[in-house]
Design a binder for this molecule. Structure first.
Ligand SMILES: Nc1ncnc2c1ncn2[C@@H]1O[C@H](COP(=O)(O)OP(=O)(O)OP(=O)(O)O)[C@@H](O)[C@H]1O
Length: 648
C-alpha cells in the first residue's frame, strides 16, 4: 500500500517537477525557436521537428515548451484563488451560526450546480478577454466546490466527540476551526486542490481555445491546442504536443494530490483509524436563565451536580427529556441506566452545555458545584476545569491530527496557566495513574497509534487532568473489548476514591452500574422513573416495575439478585416486552403503562409523580409504589441516605 503510494508520488511529483523546470527554462531556451519562421510550413513530424511545424513554419514542440511558463502561472493562480476563496467562504458560513449556514449552503449549492465554465464565461464577458480576466473567472468559478467541501467537512467533524471536548474546554470558535477542524479536513481539501488544478488547467485551456484567454502574441497550451485543432485535417500532429502536455500535467497533479493527502493524514500510517463519530455537537444556549430553586442553592455546596426540573426540547417542541431531578453529591458515583432513547445522554450533555445543535434545555436549577450552568455568561474556565468527559468511542474522543500530549496539556496550559514543562509533567503523571505504559512516549504519539483500551485510559487521564469536581462517563466501555471493560470501570472508581471526583456513569447495563456506583437513576421515556441505592439493585429490591424488568433482563444483575436472595442461579432471563414510546407519541398517563405487567386503570390516565419508597431505598414514579410511600413535593430527590462513595 505504502509502496504504491510512493510510486504514485514519485511519478506525479517527478512529472510536475519536469513541468516546473520547463516553465523556468522554456522561454529562454526555446523562445527564439518558437517565434522563428522556418519557411517549412505544416511540416510532418520528423527528426528536426518532433511534432512538425505550424502554418507559419514555427516548431510546434518549441512553442509548446515556451508556453509552459504562462500555462503554469495562470493555472496556479486560478487554483490558489479557488482554494483560498472557497475555504474562506466555507469557514465563514460554518462559523456564522445555524441560520446563516442554512442560507449560505443553499447559495453554494446553486453555485456548484452552475457549470464552472459557463460561470467563467459570464465573468469574462463582464471583465473582458485576457489572462487576468480568465484567471479571476476560473478561480471564482472553482471556489464554490471548496466552500461546500469546507462547510460540509466542518459540519461532519463538529459532531465528533473531540470537538465536544474542545468546546467544553472553552476553545473559541475561530481557534476551534483552525486548530481542530481545518487540520482534519486537510486530506479531502488537498485531494480537491489536485483535482481542481487539473480541471482548472483544462478550463483555462478551454477559454484560450475559445479566444477568451491568453491573447496573441502570448501563447499557452490552450491557445496552441486551438491552433492545432484548426489544422487537424492538414497536420494532425500539431494538436498533439499541447494536448499531451495538458493531459500529462493534469494526471501528475492528480497523483501528487492523492499521495500528499494520504501522507497528510497521520492516521494513514496505521491505515485503520476509526472515524466514527457519535452524535453530539455545538453547544446550544440553555435559553433564558430559569429561576433557581432555593433548595437547590442550599444543596449546591454539597453537590457536584444539582439538576431540578430539567427539560430538553427538540426544535418542534417535543420534550425529549422532561422533569428530571437529581443530585450527584460531591465524591459520589451515580449511575444512569435505561434502554436506548430513554434520555440518558441528553440529560448528561445538557449538564455539560453540549447539547446537539437545535436542541434547547431549560431547568429550574442546573448547577455544577456552586456554578450556575443556566447563566448566559458562564466562565469557559469553569466547565473546562471542573467537568471532565469520557465519551463512548475512544477513537472519536481525541483529535486525530494532534498528538495525545498536546491535547492533554492544552487545558492545563490555557485554563490553569501551567508552563509547558509543568503541564507536560502533570499529564505524564495522569497517564501513569491510569496505568498507561511508557507515558512519555504516548504523549508524543498520535491517537491512532494507541489501542482502543489505551486511548480510553488516556481519555480518562485527560478528563482527570484538571482535578475536576465531576466526571461524566457516557457509556465508556461500550466500544471496548470485554477484557478491558472492567479495567476502565475500575479506573473510574479509583479516580473517584483517590481524587474525590464525583462520577456520573451512563450505561445500558444496570449490572455494570450497580457494581461501580453508589446510587442509580433509572430513566424511561425521558424521565427518571426510579432512583435507588446500588445495594437495593444488588438485592433485586426495585420498586418500579421497569427497574425490575431491567434487572430481570440483565445477566449480572439477575445473578447477583438471585444470589443475595439465596436462590442460586436465576431460572431464566426475561426480555422486556414491547418497545419504549417515541418522544412525540408518548401515551397519556404513565409512559411505561403499555408494557407494564401490573398496569391498572389509573396508570393509563394519570402520570405518576415520584414517591419515597419505604425503607429509604429511594423514590419511584409509579402508582403501585405510592401504596408504600408518600407523594413527594416537586424537585426534591430523595437523599436520605449518604452515598457509599462519600462515606468511604
Ligand atoms: N439531536 C436530536 N434531535 C432530535 N431528537 C434527538 C436528538 N438527539 C437525541 N434525540 C432523541 O432524544 C431521545 C433521547 O436520546 P438520548 O441520546 O439521550 O438517549 P439515550 O438514553 O442516551 O440513548 P442511547 O443509549 O442509545 O445513547 C431519543 O428519542 C432520541 O431519538
Amino acid at each position: 500500500m505504502r509502496r504504491r503510494r510512493s510510486i504514485r508520488l514519485a511519478v506525479g511529483a517527478g512529472g510536475l517537477g519536469v513541468v516546473a523546470v520547463l516553465a523556468v527554462i522554456g522561454p529562454p531556451l526555446w523562445g527564439e525557436q518558437a517565434r522563428s519562421m522556418t519557411g517549412e510550413t505544416r511540416a510532418a513530424p520528423g527528426p528536426e521537428h518532433w511534432f512538425g511545424t505550424d502554418a507559419l513554419g514555427r516548431d510546434v514542440l518549441a512553442r509548446t515548451l515556451d508556453a509552459t511558463r504562462l500555462t503554469l502561472e495562470t493555472t496556479l493562480a486560478a487554483t490558489a484563488i479557488a482554494a483560498c476563496a472557497g475555504i474562506l467562504l466555507g469557514s465563514a458560513i460554518w462559523l456564522a451560526g445555524p441560520r446563516v449556514r442554512a442560507v449560505g449552503m443553499r447559495v453554494i449549492d446553486i453555485m456548484v450546480s452552475y457549470p464552472p465554465l459557463i460561470l467563467a464565461l459570464l465573468v469574462t464577458a463582464i471583465m473582458g478577454a485576457g489572462p487576468v480576466a480568465t484567471v479571476a473567472a476560473v478561480g471564482v468559478a472553482g471556489s464554490p466546490n471548496f466552500a461546500r467541501l469546507t462547510a460540509n467537512q466542518a459540519a461532519a467533524i463538529a459532531g465528533r466527540d473531540f470537538i465536544s471536548t474542545a468546546r467544553l474546554l472553552g476553545v473559541p470558535g475561530r481557534k476551534l476551526f483552525t486548530r481542530h477542524l481545518l487540520p482534519n479536513m486537510a486530506e479531502p481539501l488537498l485531494v480537491m486542490v489536485s483535482v481542481a488544478f487539473g480541471s482548472i488547467l483544462v478550463a483555462l485551456s478551454g477559454l484560450s481555445f475559445l479566444g477568451l484567454g491568453v491573447q496573441p502574441p502570448q501563447t499557452d497550451w490552450g491557445s496552441l491546442l486551438a491552433e492545432g485543432l484548426r489544422e487537424l485535417h492538414t497536420n494532425p500532429a500539431q494538436a498533439m504536443a499541447p494536448a499531451l502536455a495538458i493531459v500529462a500535467t493534469g494526471a501528475c497533479a492528480g497523483l501528487v494530490g492523492d499521495a500528499v493527502a494520504a501522507a497528510a493524514d497521520p492516521r494513514s500510517a496505521a491505515g485503520s483509524a476509526g472515524r466514527r463519530g457519535r452524535r453530539s455537537g455545538p453547544r446550544a444556549p440553555l435559553g433564558a436563565a430559569a429561576e433557581s430553586v432555593s433548595a437547590a442553592e442550599q444543596t449546591a455546596e454539597h453537590n457536584a451536580l444539582t439538576v431540578r426540573g430539567l427539560a430538553v426540547t427538540a426544535p418542534d417542541g417535543t420534550r425529549l427529556v422532561d422533569g428530571v431531578d437529581f443530585d450527584v453529591p460531591r465524591g459520589a458515583t451515580v449511575g444512569v441506566v435505561g434502554e436506548s432513547g430513554s434520555g440518558k445522554t441528553l440529560t448528561a450533555m445538557a449538564a455539560a452545555r453540549l447539547l446537539p445543535e437545535g436542541l434547547g434545555a431549560e431547568a429550574d436549577a442546573l448547577r455544577l458545584g456552586e456554578s450556575d450552568l443556566l447563566a448566559d455568561r458562564l466562565d469557559a474556565r469553569t466547565l473546562a476545569t471542573e467537568l471532565g468527559i469520557v465519551h463512548q468511542d475512544p477513537s472519536a474522543s481525541f483529535n486525530p491530527a494532534l498528538r495525545v500530549g498536546t491535547q492533554i496539556t492544552e487545558v492545563l496550559r490555557v485554563h490553569q496557566r501551567l508552563e509547558k514543562v509543568a503541564a507536560w509533567h502533570r499529564a505524564v503523571d495522569r497517564l501513569r495513574q491510569v496505568r498507561v505504559t511508557a507515558p512519555e512516549a504516548r504523549m508524543r504519539q498520535y491517537p491512532h497509534e494507541l489501542s482502543g483500551g489505551m486511548r480510553q485510559r488516556a481519555m480518562i487521564a485527560a478528563a482527570l487532568a484538571t482535578s475536576p469536581k465531576l466526571i461524566i462517563a457516557d457509556e465508556p466501555t461500550t466500544a471496548l473489548d470485554v477484557t478491558v471493560q472492567a479495567d476502565v470501570l475500575a479506573l473510574l472508581r479509583e479516580a473517584n476514591r483517590r481524587d474525590k471526583a464525583a462520577v456520573l456513569l451512563i450505561s445500558h447495563d444496570i449490572g455494570v452500574v450497580s457494581s461501580v456506583c453508589d446510587r442509580i437513576l433509572v430513566m424511561y421515556a425521558g424521565r427518571v422513573v426510579e432512583e435507588l441505592t446500588a445495594e437495593a439493585v444488588r438485592r433485586g429490591e426495585a420498586a418500579h416495575p421497569y427497574t425490575r424488568a431491567l434487572l430481570g433482563a440483565t445477566p449480572a444483575a439477575a445473578y447477583s439478585a438471585a444470589r443475595e436472595r439465596g436462590e442460586g442461579t436465576p431460572e431464566r432471563l426475561t426480555a422486556i416486552p414491547g418497545r419504549p414510546p417515541a418522544p412525540e407519541s408518548r401515551p397519556a398517563g404513565c409512559s411505561y403503562a403499555p408494557r407494564c405487567p401490573i398496569v391498572f386503570d389509573r396508570c393509563r390516565t394519570e402520570d405518576p409523580a415520584p414517591v419515597q419508597v419505604q425503607g429509604g431505598r429511594g423514590r419511584a414514579a409509579c402508582h403501585a409504589a405510592e401504596a408504600d410511600g408518600d407523594r413527594e413535593g416537586p424537585g426534591a430527590p430523595a437523599h436520605d441516605d449518604t452515598p457509599e462513595g462519600s462515606r468511604a
